[in-house]
Design a binder for this molecule. Structure first.
Ligand SMILES: NC(=O)c1ccc[n+]([C@@H]2O[C@H](COP(=O)([O-])OP(=O)(O)OC[C@H]3O[C@@H](n4cnc5c(N)ncnc54)[C@H](OP(=O)(O)O)[C@@H]3O)[C@@H](O)[C@H]2O)c1
Length: 298
């Protein structure tokens, strides 16, 4: 894999899958923009990624993805560093054990897992078109739960962590399908991937580890994949000629897998897009439109 001259952005690159993907991309010669929320964990990971890959072209950008103003600042920071983006991996994920709203008024698990990739990707779309052929990968899960579109913020029913996680991750699939439709012909593809089940700190920083993930790790840790093994699926989708031009698909181990039926519903995909746009304050008129080889900003 020769990724020299390619700019790649990976969220959640301070640990787990994101760190493994960032390391593999750096080892392939890419310029990696790694996004982490904590400067100390981020810097420690950056040092490890540079040492493991032998590539010093690894930049750290700090952003708490639960904050829409920080996501906007992140997008501005990316613009300050590159004038084109070739690879975008929306990997960061979490699960909050208790209900809470972000300062933007959004339920926290939804904010990080679904709205953050939605907003960040839309803010970076023109850079991706400038880098075309470019690829976007959204990291999904098999633990999907239908989204309650009347109550995305969990204000009318008891909050359940695993359901909130499953709904937010189904949001990733709705987003993947609708974005693929909207940017068809732009030279940018978007796909989702189920990375398999692997050893993880998922939600640990946000207090969820003790409730669920630790048990999974303790009971099954020996049998689980490593993040590096899980990263192989992501790297394949980012770099293989086999998937060039393929968009809107949900991949498992190098082959498309069946998405939950909701993600096959074009009207639902459009509705989730509209609701998400409203929640991040992006007006429909502000979305770029594909025309010819590029995107028009109306
Ligand atoms: N592990 C599995 O078996 C599995 C299976 C299917 C899908 N996935 C998906 O794989 C992705 C990576 O998970 P992982 O298992 O590698 O977990 P992980 O080791 O906990 O990594 C998650 C990353 O997301 C970051 N993150 C969380 N909240 C954030 C926020 N508010 N702002 C910025 N960054 C934030 C974390 O940063 P901190 O270091 O600051 O916490 C961390 O770098 C997730 O999308 C997850 O849903 C995992």
């Amino acid at each position: 894999m020769n990724l020299s001259q390619r700019h790649a952005l990976v969220t959640g690159a301070s640990s787990g899958l994101g760190k493994a993907v960032a390391t593999a991309l750096a080892a392939g010669g890419a310029h990696v923009l790694m996004v982490a929320r904590d400067p100390h964990r981020g810097e420690a990971a950056r040092t490890e990624i540079i040492a493991a890959s032998g590539n010093p072209a690894v930049d750290l950008l700090c952003c708490d993805l639960s904050s829409q103003s920080q996501i906007r600042a992140l997008a501005a920071g990316v613009r300050g560093r590159v004038d084109a983006l070739h690879l975008l991996v929306n990997n960061a994920g979490t699960a909050f054990p208790r209900w809470g709203l972000t300062p933007d008024g959004v339920e926290r698990t939804l904010a990080v897992n679904h709205l953050a990739p939605f907003l960040l990707t839309n803010l970076l779309l023109d850079l991706l078109v400038a880098g075309a052929p470019a690829r976007i990968i959204n990291v999904g899960t098999r633990m999907n739960t239908a989204m309650d579109l009347e109550d995305l913020n969990w204000q009318r029913r008891p909050y359940r962590m695993m359901q909130a996680y499953g709904q937010s991750k189904l949001g990733n699939l709705h987003f993947t399908r609708e974005l693929a439709r909207r940017i068809a012909g732009s030279g940018v593809t978007v796909n989702a991937v189920f990375p398999g089940v692997f050893r993880s700190n998922l939600g640990g920083t946000d207090g969820a580890q003790g409730l669920f993930w630790t048990s999974v790790d303790r009971l099954l840790g020996w049998a689980l994949k490593t993040p590096e093994q899980a990263a192989e699926r992501v790297i394949h989708l980012l770099t293989s000629a086999e998937v060039a031009g393929i968009s809107g698909q949900y991949f498992g181990d190098r082959v498309p897998i069946k998405a939950p039926a909701q993600a096959d519903d074009a009207a639902a995909n459009e509705r989730v897009w509209q609701l998400s746009a409203a929640m991040v304050g992006l007006a429909e008129e502000s979305f770029p439109r594909v025309s010819g080889k590029g995107l028009d900003h109306r």
